[in-house]
Structure formats: structure tokens, C-alpha cells
Design a protein around this ligand. Structure first.
Ligand SMILES: Cc1cc2nc3c(=O)[nH]c(=O)nc-3n(C[C@H](O)[C@H](O)[C@H](O)COP(=O)(O)OP(=O)(O)OC[C@H]3O[C@@H](n4cnc5c(N)ncnc54)[C@H](O)[C@@H]3O)c2cc1C
Length: 409
């Protein structure tokens, strides 16, 4: 089928969901326009941890080579500390005996490689620095959008607008799609600094909990140590007023001694510390006639367990399975809208399950109460093999997802 017969899909946002969906549609003969508001991928915050479920999806799409060439690190160990004491350490394979280990990627490089795979197609247009401002409605459906570029505003007609534009999605707002939000108790202070010598050649992930505080550190793809200091929502203003020295000291007081010394020693070398406000929500319907959303635009994922990129990639594959046959063959508008409904139907169970799994840990980890303290002792049981086996079973949904997601087109 040539793209001359194809319907026109306009994808808003070239994050993981948009880049992969554009690639899948364009390489299967669908006429696609991909619009990304940033001129460079590195200018938007991008989660870096990719779980085995997301890696499996990219392999299933035949992107093995892309995966191997992008800067990345595979953590070799995971250490868990409670009240500054080591509770357990997992060595080697974190996801069982499979080559699909969680990895830390440069997401800008990964996105660059994914869109490069589609750029040679004449029927695929990719515009950077193109910010969508409005949806156009007509005859009871969305019929296109208004986009602003450095050359001014213009209109683009579309048979289907697909919002892959993340947590502050304009497609979601302008459709409009009703949203159900969760209350998240935390925000994240995010920064990098030199990695400890002991991590060189043996990259590690480290989680520290204690007395209402939570700290994560891992070796990033660029050899620096990424740190995430989880703070109560709304407390950043006060921290900023107290100054960097004070909040680094706070952090240092809640991590094991060697890491504490390392943080204090390198506090002047923190790379651009900034606040990431967290959110978790889901739209009640993923589509209206002529427009639909996937990825964070449909269901903003909390950062817990590094699930957002995975789920966005898995949405894109299911979307392609349903949309390619109907868009490629120039199907009716009713058939396009019916395909959009089937995508929501197929994806909702996994999204709901993962979101409810993500909701529990912050409620326990960030409370400074006796029962939370008791719950925080549970990881100590990880020294017993049967408990480790149980924990590994419980982690399967986060590592591999709960649905069988495979490309069928
Ligand atoms: C602190 C924190 C840490 C996280 N860490 C991880 C992690 O390690 N691993 C993980 O899997 N997930 C992580 N996440 C979640 C993850 O970042 C998201 O779930 C994931 O990026 C969603 O992908 P997406 O393609 O749906 O949207 P996004 O990645 O948000 O991409 C949306 C794209 O749309 C573009 N855009 C937005 N508006 C417009 C517009 N009007 N016009 C044109 N383009 C537009 C944006 O520039 C962007 O490129 C984290 C989240 C937070 C808050």
C-alpha cells in the first residue's frame, strides 16, 4: 500500500511515545507529521532508567543496534540502606538470568536514533521547534491543529491528532479530556556530581530510607552520579532559602557514611540542581472523534520504579497495531475513531495496575510515624532467600509489565 492512499496522522511530541509511534507508522506507509516543541531533545527533562519491559519492546521493533550504540550503563549491583545501615545488596543480574537488565540510557541520544530511522521517508515530516497551541474542531470532530514555529503560526489538517505531548499535554487540555489525579506526597530534587571511585567499572544503584527521607543515587550513562533527593511536596522553597550547603548536609545525614563524605566533599560540583514536581493521573477517556492521547499525556506516571518510559513505549506499540491497518488503507473516519477506542481498552488494565503499584511506596517511605518505621524494617528480611524469591515475584510487573505487548504490523 503506498502512502498516497494513507490517512494523515499528526503526532504532537517526540518523547518516547511519539518518536516510536511516528517511526512505526511512517515505516509502514502511513503519512505522518511529527511536531516537537523543543529544538533539541536535551532541552526537556527525560527519565533515564529503562526497565526490561521497555528494552524488550525496542528489541521487538528491531532496534537492537540502536540500543547498543546509544550511551548507556547497566548497573551491576543494588544496595538498600535503612537508617544509614546496609540492609541488603543484590549483585549481578537484577532481573533474573536474562539479558534484559534495567539500564541507564541517554534518552536524548535514544530519541535521536529512533527518529533518524524515519527521516529518510519522504512521507514523514519531523519538525523541531514546533509548538502546538490549539486543536481545530469541525463537523463534531478534531480536524487539525494550530502550530507555532519561528516563522509564525500555521494550521495543519489531520485525520487523526495523536497527543504524545507528556504530562502538560495541550491535546489533553484542548480536546478536552477529563482527568483523575492522584495525590503524590513528594517532589524530587535532581542533580549530578562526580561518581565515587568505588563505582568506577562497577556501576551501582543505591537507595536510602529513614525517618521520612528517601534518597536515590545511581551511576548515569555519562559516568556521573545521578542523585534524587525525595522531599515533601511544597518544601522546595524553604530548602532553597536555606541554601545548597544546608540541604546537602541534610541529605548527607541520611545516607551511609562513605556516601555522606562523598556528598560533602563534592557539594561545590553539583551539576545544575533543580526541582522535578511529581504528578500521577489518568484521563477518563483517551480519545474523542479525531484526537487521542497516549503516554504521559493519557496517564502521567509517577517516577516511582522508573516506569514512565516503558509504559509510553508499550502504548506506542499497541497504538501502531490498531492504527496502521486503518490509516494505511485510507479507512473511514469512524474506523479510525473505533481503533482509538480499542487502544484505550487494551492499555488501561496495565496502566491502572502499574499506577496502583507505584502509589504505595511513597505513602510508607515518607511518613515519620511508628508504623511507617516498622514497615521500613521489612526490607531487612531480604537477607533470607525465600523472601528474596517472593520480592522478585512481586517486582515482575515493574520489570516486565503485566500485558503481552508485541508488534503485530
Ligand atoms: C523525577 C522524575 C524522574 C523520572 N525518571 C524516570 C526514569 O528514570 N525512567 C522512566 O521510565 N520514567 C521516568 N520518569 C517518567 C518519564 O519521564 C515519563 O513517564 C515519560 O517520559 C513519558 O513519555 P512520553 O513520550 O509520554 O512523554 P514525554 O517524555 O514527556 O515527551 C513529551 C514530548 O512532547 C513535547 N511537547 C510537549 N508539549 C508540546 C506541544 N505543545 N507541542 C509540541 N511538542 C510538545 C515535549 O517537548 C516532549 O518532548 C520520571 C519522571 C519524573 C518526574
Amino acid at each position: 500500500m503506498s502512502s498516497a492512499d494513507s490517512r494523515h496522522a499528526v503526532i504532537v511530541g517526540a518523547g518516547p511515545a511519539g518518536a516510536v509511534l511516528a517511526n512505526l507508522l511512517a515505516t509502514r506507509g502511513v503519512r505522518v507529521t511529527l511536531l516537537e516543541r523543543q529544538a533539541e531533545f536535551a532541552r526537556e527533562f527525560r527519565g533515564e532508567a529503562l526497565m526490561p519491559g521497555g528494552i524488550a519492546v525496542l528489541k521487538n521493533l528491531g532496534m537492537d543496534e540502536v540500543l547498543e550504540t546509544v550511551p548507556q550503563i547497566t548497573p551491576q549491583s543494588f544496595e538498600f540502606y535503612a537508617n544509614r545501615k546496609r540492609v541488603f545488596r543484590l549483585e549481578g543480574e537484577l532481573a533474573g538470568d536474562t539479558d534484559l537488565q534495567p539500564r541507564i540510557y541517554s534518552q536524548p541520544a535514544l530519541l535521536e536514533a529512533i527518529v533518524a530511522g524515519t527521516r529518510l521517508r519522504s512521507d514523514m515530516k519531523f519538525e523541531r521547534g514546533a509548538s502546538v497551541k490549539e486543536l481545530l474542531h469541525g463537523n463534531g470532530r478534531v480536524v487539525g491543529l494550530r502550530v507555532r514555529t519561528s516563522e509564525g503560526e500555521r494550521q495543519i489538517d489531520a485525520d487523526l491528532v495523536i497527543g504524545c505531548d507528556g504530562r502538560s499535554s495541550i491535546v489533553r487540555r484542548k480536546a478536552p479530556l477529563e482527568v483523575k489525579s492522584q495525590d503524590l506526597p513528594m517532589d524530587v530534587l535532581w542533580s549530578k556530581l562526580p561518581a565515587p571511585d568505588i563505582w568506577q567499572g562497577k556501576p551501582s544503584v543505591c537507595a536510602c530510607i529513614g525517618k521520612g527521607h528517601l534518597f536515590f543515587a545511581y551511576m548515569a550513562y555519562d559516568g556521573l552520579m545521578q542523585i534524587a533527593w525525595i522531599i515533601p511536596k511544597g518544601s522546595f522553597g524553604e530548602l532553597r532559602e536555606r541554601g545548597t550547603d544546608e540541604w546537602v548536609s541534610d541529605m548527607a545525614n541520611h545516607v551511609p557514611l562513605e556516601l555522606s563524605d562523598h556528598l560533602l566533599k563534592h557539594k561545590d560540583r553539583l551539576v545544575h540542581p533543580f526541582l522535578l514536581s511529581t504528578a500521577a493521573d489518568c484521563v477518563r477517556r483517551w480519545s474523542i472523534p479525531g484526537a487521542m492521547v497516549i503516554g504521559d499525556a493519557a496517564h502521567t506516571m509517577s517516577p516511582v520504579g522508573g516506569q514512565g518510559v516503558n509504559i509510553a513505549l508499550r502504548d506506542a506499540v499497541v497504538a501502531a497495531n490498531h492504527l496502521v491497518p486503518v490509516l494505511q488503507s485510507g479507512g473511514s473516519l469512524e474506523a479510525i475513531d473505533a481503533a482509538a477506542l480499542r487502544i484505550e481498552e487494551e492499555r488501561m488494565p496495565e496502566v491502572s495496575r502499574i499506577q496502583s503499584l507505584q502509589a504505595t511506596p511513597p505513602k510508607i517511605m515518607l511518613r515519620d510515624t511508628w508504623w511507617a518505621e516498622l514497615a521500613r524494617q521489612v526490607p531487612r528480611l531480604m537477607r533470607f532467600a525465600p523472601v528474596r524469591a517472593l520480592a522478585s515475584r512481586a517486582a515482575q510487573p515493574a520489570l516486565f509489565g503485566t500485558a503481552d505487548v508485541r508488534l503485530q504490523v
